[in-house]
Design a protein around this ligand. Sequence first.
Ligand code: NAD
Length: 447
Amino acid sequence: MKISIIGCGYVGIVTGVCLADSGHKIFFFDENKKKLKNFKIRNNIIFEKNLKKKLISAKKNIFFCKNLDDAVNKSDVTFVCVGTPLKKNNIELKYIKSVTTQISEKIKQKKKYSIIYKSTIPPLTIEKICIPILKKNLGNKIDKNINIIFNPEFLREGNAIYDFENPNRIVLGIRNFKSKIILNKIYKKYKKKSKLIFVNIKTAEFIKYFSNSFFSLLISFSNEISNLCHKIGIDYIDVLNALKMDSRIISNNKVPELINYMMPGIGYGGSCFPKDIKTFIAFASNNNFNLSILKNVDKINSTQPKVISDIILSKFKRMQIKNCLVLGITFKENTDDIRNSTSIDVINFMAKSKIKIFIYDPIFSKEKFLENKKLFDNKVTYLSEINFNKKFSSIVINNKSSEFKKIIKYYDKKFSSLIFDSRRAFSNQKLNNYFGSGLNLQLKTDL
Ligand SMILES: NC(=O)c1ccc[n+]([C@@H]2O[C@H](COP(=O)([O-])OP(=O)(O)OC[C@H]3O[C@@H](n4cnc5c(N)ncnc54)[C@H](O)[C@@H]3O)[C@@H](O)[C@H]2O)c1
């Protein structure tokens, strides 16, 4: 099929490149000219495992358009993948509105067309905002000749290509039967691996928020309990390990991946969870509904980086630590995305102390650091690589990158550096000076 992608961010690029690799002709457009040009020459694009490989293998099916008219003209279907950022604790829909207006003007002459929204938008957005805009230009062609679909995206940054190609579900909000036929064609390759779940549009919009709320709930619940464990000298990992063995959780000796969301840490970040939780709260409130549990999820998350920084700094003060290497800058491992990175919050809180802070992340390049320098306290020193001769008296680990294992093992052995593991990803590494979230060695009682 001929498909245009409007918005070449994380979602647009991954969607388009994977669909191109599955045989469709893809026409990309982004209003950010620099971004589009860089994407075209494969320079400074988002970091995702296997993305560059796929861009090469799918090259013959990938086209770049100078404007939205061109992209829409050349395609039978468009995926709307523009940003829906947060504005004053609620969602900003101006990009969705402007793209909807532009598309509706361009498809007036088309006999048939499908608009598939992939951006995350609150329930009823399509019904109450997009459809009235589309109707102005397209009148009763909507649903007859023009199919309107909502297809939420569940990819996890860092695993985005894998997730797109191995979906566990493809949720499709539709208004008519014809949409089913189109979607079956688009997702032909993935249908074997996954179920296509057809629901109405507002249910599909809701499913996305429900899903992200559930994971955020697990994270904040676990962080709060882990903070309590720290307070009274119980290792949270011992507590979690016992829970895992419950037969309602473990199955055939396999612990579900869900448990990863229960590891302690510095709170969730990234471009989705913080924004989606706040938006869902606002959506409920606009419908006179108090989503009290999510309000607390959000509150716990916003204080978690400070809670953890205070724990680190009080220990470092007692130990008279002079310098610290922070490993992990982006919001999680295997991505270069620093949007709402709680690691940056921890770094900046720590930089307010007298300790000299050095930061390193294998994925976050110097170029990206310089572009975003204003987000960091100016006392922070960025390192492009680790000079193993330099002594760091302490290390803080803020994500689970496997590269960190050899670094912490080396510093533990060579310099007896004090190691704080905020995600407890390395608790089984038998390090001498190890502590971390949910583990207060001062109060911990050994067996
Ligand atoms: N990043 C994720 O992991 C993820 C996962 C699931 C869902 N989502 C949702 O998908 C949407 C996109 O997320 P993202 O991370 O890709 O955002 P992004 O900010 O990386 O990319 C959005 C792109 O849209 C472009 N854009 C804005 N207005 C435009 C217009 N009028 N015409 C053409 N291009 C325009 C911007 O220039 C930008 O490049 C958001 O709603 C987000 O919540 C994101």
